[in-house]
Every structure is written in C-alpha cells, then in structure tokens.
Design a protein around this ligand. Structure first.
Ligand SMILES: Cc1cc2nc3c(=O)[nH]c(=O)nc-3n(C[C@H](O)[C@H](O)[C@H](O)COP(=O)(O)OP(=O)(O)OC[C@H]3O[C@@H](n4cnc5c(N)ncnc54)[C@H](O)[C@@H]3O)c2cc1C
Length: 382
C-alpha cells in the first residue's frame, strides 16, 4: 500500500521546521550569506537546537529528537527553503557515523556532546584530503597502533564544521598496503593535543556553513575511540554517506528548488500582470517544469528514506536521488534566475544565492558523476 499522507508526527515536525525557517532563518539568511552578521551564526544554531531541529536523528536518550530519516528529510526541506547551509548543518548533526558504528560507551560519551542543549557540539565527518576526494580509498592519513592507543598523522581538507565541532570522526589508514581494507574510523575530541585547524574556506555558496581544513600531528587517542574494527572504516563511511547524502544533498536540494519555484511564482503574482503571464508559455512552461522536477525529486527522497528506515539497502536509491535532486536544484535556480532578470539579485528574491548554493549539491558527498557511476554499475550488475 502506498500513501502520501503525512502522519501527525511528520506534520508536526514539518510545521515546526517551516515556522522556524520563516521566523528565524529567513530574516538573517541573506545577511549571513553576505557576511553582514557575526562570523558564524551560533545564535541561530543554538535556537535550532532548542527546537530539537539540530540533532533530529539522534536518539532521545542522548539528547536528540529520535526522528527517522523520512521525518528528518521532511523537516530539512523546510529549513532549506530558507537557507541551504543551515539545513546542511542540521543534517550533519542528525545522522552521524557514531550512530551507525559507535558502541554503547562511545555513543554515551560523545552523542550528548553533539546534542548539548546549552552548547551544541556539532559533528564532523572527515574523509577528504588534498589528494583524495572522489577517490576516497586513497587517503593517506595514518593511524599507528601504539599499545592501547593510536597515533594519527595527516591532513584533512574541505571539512564541514571543522574548528567549530566538538567531535571529529576521522578516517585514516592503519595499513596503506591493504587499500580500502586498511581504512578505519576514529573519534577525535576537539581538545586532542596535536589537532590544529587551518584555512577557513571563503566559499561560492553555503556560506552559512563553515568549511575548513585540519591537521593531525601525532594525535594520540585511546584504542576505545576506534569505530568498529580495524578495516571497517570505508564501509562505515559509505553507509553513512548513503544516508547523509539523501538528507544533506537531496532533501536540501528539494528545499532550494522549491524556494526557487516559490519565489518565481511570488514574483509574478506581486510584480506582474498575472493574466498576461499566464499567456506567456515561455514563462509558464518553465514554472510547470520546475514544479514537476521538485515533486519528482521529493518523491525520490521520500522513497530512499523510507527504504533505509525499513533497513533495506539504500545505495542505489541514494545514488539516483543524489544526482537527480542536485541537478534539479541547479536547473530550477537557473530557470528562476532567467525568469526574474535583475530582480533575482535582491534580498526579496534571493535567486542568485540559490544558484550559488545549489552548485555545491553536485559536488559534495560524492560528486554527481560519481553517483552516476555507482548507480550505473549497480543497474548493469543487477
Ligand atoms: C563546501 C564543501 C563541504 C565539504 N564537506 C566535506 C566534509 O564534511 N567531509 C568530507 O570528508 N569532505 C567534504 N567535502 C569534500 C567533498 O566531499 C569532495 O569535494 C568530493 O568528494 C569531490 O572530491 P574533489 O572535490 O576532490 O573532486 P575530484 O575527486 O578531484 O573530482 C574532480 C572532477 O572529476 C570527476 N571525477 C572524479 N573521479 C571520477 C570518476 N571515477 N568518474 C567520473 N568522474 C570522476 C568528479 O565528478 C569531478 O567533476 C566538502 C566539499 C565542499 C565543496
């Protein structure tokens, strides 16, 4: 049986996220993007946390909201209508590697830090290195066993929340000769000696989200901070990305695409002669195409989330949704920019921001080309 009616709980979270987006995020989103407010929007993130909208997937016992992927995606779409970067930050906190691979002790020690009501910790997922992006299996950060400890050395770049977060999930190799079978995940607390933060990126889009590099120089952590077994890291990272990309690329993409559609419709209602516009198929066909594409991407997001919430394999759906929703957001924002002309460069119709934000969705958490590669291999093999 297929139903599209949201449960009472899902409606509650959607309405809460929508109200927060309109009342709290929208009034400051443009200013944050333009660098007109404080450096990092902690006050906004703290308010998001107070509303239970920051660590949505984390079980309530650890301070989160205990939502499933589908309900989280519904809420993230609403947040992304107001600001993609803020919604992205929430997605990173909502489903992290600790929840997938952490043991009870690790969850009890670190998840409450991430969800702390007064001082939310934020989470970091650190795979990318200067010479290892799409080819994540070739990371060179090392973890050397030393008695009951590990010593980590290496550099991670383009890491979201680096420098802000209190908990770092770092992927390193315990034996480069083993390739991806040597990759292992580790929990590194922010105050670990030898962990230093580098350049904060001045980005094209998602400017409300922090992106920075960090170095690990003889960072020593106890063996008990290893995630899973030695060699499990690549599998853990891919499992996390299957879930995370459906939220942070796809649900966020649906939100950005929807914002572009809604602003375009609002523009024609507010500024134009709506009857004249209705007879202009060059305009109306674009609006119809944009709306159809947003709807299709949302259905793919919901289906992917539903499958993973049932414990079914999610890699194929997640990959298909990744490139479809990311490309959809880029196209919808581009079409809205064309439809609105110079008006699309303003705070009232911040389409140029959507164009810049949407481009990132084609890059992170596996580029859209890599998503196509994974999906096509699975289709042909299946
Ligand atoms: C704002 C931002 C935030 C990020 N946050 C994080 C984070 O929190 N944690 C983290 O670990 N990483 C993060 N990243 C890194 C991101 O995941 C990588 O940028 C991404 O994996 C792509 O790697 P790359 O940029 O090195 O591109 P490359 O791998 O160098 O790819 C360059 C181009 O080649 C194409 N390409 C590469 N290999 C193939 C192939 N086999 N077949 C077809 N085409 C291919 C790509 O599609 C792309 O077009 C972030 C990046 C950005 C921009």
């Amino acid at each position: 049986m297929i139903g599209f009616e949201l449960s009472e709980d899902q409606q509650k979270w959607r309405d809460k996220a929508k109200a927060f987006a309109e009342n709290e995020i929208k009034p400051v989103s443009w200013k944050i993007d333009k660098g007109l407010t404080q450096e990092y929007p902690w006050p906004l993130i703290k308010k998001l946390n107070e509303q239970g909208l920051l660590s949505m997937g984390v079980p309530e016992t650890y301070g989160g909201s205990g939502l499933d992927l589908l309900t989280t995606a519904i809420a993230l779409e609403e947040l992304a209508v107001a600001d993609g970067g803020i919604s992205f930050t929430s997605s990173l906190n909502s489903f992290n590697s600790l929840m997938i691979a952490g043991n009870d002790d690790q969850k009890a020690e670190f998840l409450p830090l991430v969800c702390d009501k007064d001082n939310p910790g934020l989470a970091v997922f650190a795979l990318t290195e200067p010479n290892a992006g799409s080819d994540a299996g070739s990371i060179t950060t090392t973890a050397r066993a030393d008695g009951q400890a590990y010593v980590l050395n290496g550099e991670k770049c383009f890491i979201s929340n680096a420098g802000l977060a209190s908990v770092y999930i770092v992927f390193a190799t315990v034996d480069r000769a083993k390739g991806i079978k040597g990759i292992t995940g580790f929990i590194v607390p922010k105050d670990a000696e030898g962990l230093t933060f580098g350049k904060i990126e001045d980005k094209m889009g998602f400017r409300s989200s922090r992106t920075a590099s960090f170095n690990l120089e003889d960072v020593t952590i106890p063996e008990s901070y290893r995630l899973g077994k030695e060699g499990d890291g690549f599998k853990i990272a891919m499992q996390e990305l299957d879930m995370l990309r459906v939220l942070s690329c796809c649900a966020v993409g649906v939100g950005i695409g929807r914002a572009a559609c809604e602003d375009a419709v609002r523009f024609f209602k507010e500024q134009g002669n709506i009857k004249a516009v209705m007879n202009q198929q060059a305009i109306t066909f674009d609006l119809a195409d944009m709306t159809a594409a947003v709807e299709a991407a949302r259905l793919m997001v919901w289906k992917s989330c539903w499958k993973m919430d049932q414990g079914l394999p999610g890699t194929l759906d997640s990959s298909l949704t990744k490139f479809f929703a990311g490309d959809m957001a880029v196209e919808a924002a581009g079409k809205a920019l064309r439809l609105l002309g110079h008006h699309a460069y303003t705070e009232s119709y911040p389409i140029e921001k959507y164009v810049r934000d949407a481009k990132l969705l084609q890059i992170y958490e596996g580029t859209n080309q890599v998503a196509r590669l994974v999906a096509s291999r699975m289709i042909l093999a299946g």
